[in-house]
Unconditional design. Sequence first.
Length: 215
Amino acid sequence: MRAQPVLGFRRKQAVLILMATVAVLVVTVSILAVAHYIGRSTTPGVAAELARAPYSSQDTNGDTVYSALDGHHNQIYTVLSGEERPTQLTKDATNHIDPAYSPDGTNIAYAAFDGSHQQIYSIPSGGGKPIQLTREATYHEAPTYSPDSRNIAYAASDGSYQQIYSIPSDGGSPIQLTTDATDHFAPSYSSDGTSIVYRAADSSGSYQTYAIPLE
């Protein structure tokens, strides 16, 4: 058998090494380009979501509030319009979910456990001490502000079914707005504040949208 010339073998080996090096450089440049694009083009809210993997969020006037894990519990964070880094508002050792800005931007309502039940709280949007708004021994969720920021509607169990309630945003006695024997979800105020819209099952078991007129 005729032996392969050493020079030709070394030349092929050098070509293969060169091709492998070029491939590595192409991949590296591509990764750096994508990282640069994400860092430059992603909006602050999305950047915060990518960094914190939030479970829920709500925007108002360009600001963002969301719930995300701090390593152990879901906490409430905000990202102001035009800023890159989030601000952590809650730090206590429990889960905080369903954050919602007040329309005037001064407060944020959310749901969190008080040690035995999930309650409704509010906290100044710039940071401060949370205020516990509900104290009934039942499950509360989905707070939402009225257009004038004076009231908060939410869903809570009455012991048998989940009903719709409202409470003054600065604290007070809750008012039960629904009483029919079915579960009610996702309350929200109409834009003029004259009614609360929610979801509930009809007699066939299908979920429909309803509205409660407010006095």
